[in-house]
Design a protein around this ligand. Sequence first.
Ligand code: PLP
Length: 455
Amino acid sequence: PTPSAIRPNSNAARDIAAALHPYTDLVAHQQIGPVVITRGEGVRVWDDAGKSYIEAMAGLWCASLGFSNQRLVEAAVAQMRRLPFYHSFSAKSHEPLIELAEMLLARAPVPMSKVFFANSGSEANDSVVKMVWYFNNALGRPQKKKLIGRVKGYHGITTASASLTGIPTNHRSFDVPLAGFIHTLCPHHYRFGEAGESEEAFATRCAEELEKLILAEGPETVAAMWAEPIMGAGGVIVPPATYFEKIQPVLRKYDVLLVADEVICGFWRTGNYWGSQTYGIQPDILTCAKALSASYLPISAVLVNDRVFQGLAQESHRIGTFGHGFTYSGHPVPAAVAVETLKLYDELGIGEHVRRVGPYMQDGLRRRFADHELVGEVRGTGLIGAIELAEDKATHKPFDPARKIGPRLAKLSEANGVISRAMVDVLAFSPPLIITEAEIDEMLDNFGRALDQLA
Ligand code: PLP
């Protein structure tokens, strides 16, 4: 809408007057206003003017079962009637928390020992930062505290998780990263591979750079490394062949814990239950959120292996308590919704479905867009994919970010009834896992129309 199109007392006018939006140019917003979404059904949402959209991002990579699953609604209502709140401090517990912890351990990609609950991906990763420090204090090595993230990695926006994040937008003007948070090479072969360098050779170089960084810092000072199986917000960056195979021995050599951030990749997104399974990752600690509850209510989880748990347990016993936790850690209502979500993944055969429609989406993205004059790379696996725009297909030269080509394409896509997400000049697709082949065709047809309009 143009400023004149914003009617007094409309939702848009009221939003402009009252709301401070995440990830928004707050000055431009005063002129442009929001798109106000009022309802959802299946993979679609509607705005307050009645226009419908395919939610090609499942919101924020998260509404895995779409926008109208009544089983999840009923699970929330039933739990609210029975016990709308209880906490888990000081050895109190409740049934939804216990059941969810058991279900996560039973589904973990590697043997895990215990589950801690928080309310968001950021809080889960922030909690792990403190757990890692606590763990190394328990082991009597208080100097082993530095934490490694990756350039373009995204782990959230609390002070510690934003410090792990490697995206300039999340650092600029916020005075993060904090000291002791360091970043290693982004494993994006298309952007950072050298001319003629194979994916395998690039992966070797990534592992060598990681080892150099650990040695330069001093291995006795480096505690843990975070990695998303596929980097989401950094631009759907798929690791090059052999990447995790090569970096994990480096971490083991210097006793650096590996934290798999499965906030996007967890729960079938990449075609396996966990991204860790897709890429051969054996994490010591795993964080998840988003699709854990299909995003109907906020909840996140941290899974720790027995070695980490034993360290935390001994330290808590020595000093009297594990002094960490949120009022809403394992809140019974989101926990009950998460239990129902995990049951639905099993009952609906979401895994088999993603293994069928994921390759269909990947093939559609490549077949329709890989040769397009504005497209540099098409990438992804399962039901997560992206196209990266490039000014020069041969040299991979990107567009000048000031031209805002990506955000313009996202707007055109919206006008064509598809909500994608632009991360600079990368347009992402991470639809609800229930999407059908017909809906994928409709999504890609309409997005393709937007891409042609941009050309
Ligand atoms: N980790 C990853 C991989 C994410 O994609 C996100 C959010 O997109 C987060 C952590 C942070 O989660 P939240 O926004 O729930 O704090």
